[in-house]
Design a protein around this ligand. Sequence first.
Ligand SMILES: Cc1cc2nc3c(=O)[nH]c(=O)nc-3n(C[C@H](O)[C@H](O)[C@H](O)COP(=O)(O)OP(=O)(O)OC[C@H]3O[C@@H](n4cnc5c(N)ncnc54)[C@H](O)[C@@H]3O)c2cc1C
Length: 375
Amino acid sequence: MRYLNDDQELMVDSVREFCEQEVAPVVMKVMEEDEVFPLDLIDRMWDLGLPTLNLPEEYGGLGESKTCQVAVVEEVAKVSPSLALAGTNTAVASLVARIGTKEQKDKYLPILLDRNPAAMAFTEPCAGSDAGGIQSTGVKDGDEWVLNGQKTFITAASSCKYILVDVRTHCTEKGGISAFLMPADTPGIKVGSIFKKLGMHGSDTGELFFEDVRVPEDAMIGKPDKGLHATLALLDEARISVAATAVGTSEAALDMAIDYIKNREAFYQPLSSFQGLQWYVGELKAKIEAARALVYQAAAEFDAGENINATAARAKLIATDVCCEVTRKAVQMCGGLGTMEDYGVERFYRDAKMFEIIEGTSEVLKIVSAREALR
Ligand SMILES: Cc1cc2nc3c(=O)[nH]c(=O)nc-3n(C[C@H](O)[C@H](O)[C@H](O)COP(=O)(O)OP(=O)(O)OC[C@H]3O[C@@H](n4cnc5c(N)ncnc54)[C@H](O)[C@@H]3O)c2cc1C
């Protein structure tokens, strides 16, 4: 199945070249071992327009489709899943483009699209899956809002230039949450610990503290007390990117395993001649193709302006589950070498586990999928 036109294929080819030449050399040492977020590579990705790929041309984006963005994310993920997410992240700008007022679009989009990546700060120590259970507050004071609270597990906590944060603006059981966008250096915002993680090394994940942070009224994105709707819409889109990252990671891990079993001999023949391993390859390849089809379906529905809530959840649920299975079996197929850091396939195995948790756990995605099916 061909998902892209000729121009988009060319773009993906150039991204592949960039990843092979510039990303691959720094993955193991800089990102994996030193766990350093490679700001210079992110800068190069801005040069190539990757973080603005599917944003409106009138604000400096490339105006490409979600389908094309998915293909690019998948390509970057084959070399670095962390960079696939961090270096192509457009979710906040995309949300502003979709639900911001004309004034907010004119004010914020040129900034966000000018090398100012934005973090999404929703999770708190007391509330993750239950996004409506947050306790950070926003209180109106004259023509400003004053924000207080703590966020945790925030991607790009120390490297972002802007932050979209959810806070409670009313104490109601349902609703009562509003979303605010502000520069990361707004007085009162402090970066806390940056965590060491199982996988996705080289992406900074940490805490953010908000202490009497004052923002203007027009920093509120979406309707007052309806910020959770905005957040969930943003997560729908972000889930497509994680699913695409999972597909790229699966493909790369399986390719490494195939390469190994074709070249490794045991019992006087290549490992690939044993049916037990051929069945692994056949089954995993089929599952990757199925996951990819679902990811492209979600992207196509997004491009058509449809409600992607259930499809995006299903795409992420399946693609990340497949990724965990593929990477686990890829390590197995590579034997002892598969467990060695230098070989690289164990890195995909560790990253894959992260995908089942970020942007909504698999359990939460099943709830979303079932809700639509049972309606
Ligand atoms: C690397 C990384 C990056 C992240 N980046 C961001 C970010 O940029 N911004 C942000 O806001 N957050 C971010 N997160 C947070 C992430 O969204 C949450 O970790 C995730 O939503 C799960 O929330 P939790 O950790 O509080 O788990 P919990 O909500 O405590 O869940 C624990 C377990 O219970 C299960 N569970 C919960 N509710 C139910 C239910 N109703 N039915 C069945 N099972 C249930 C969950 O699926 C999970 O398995 C990141 C997390 C990680 C690990």
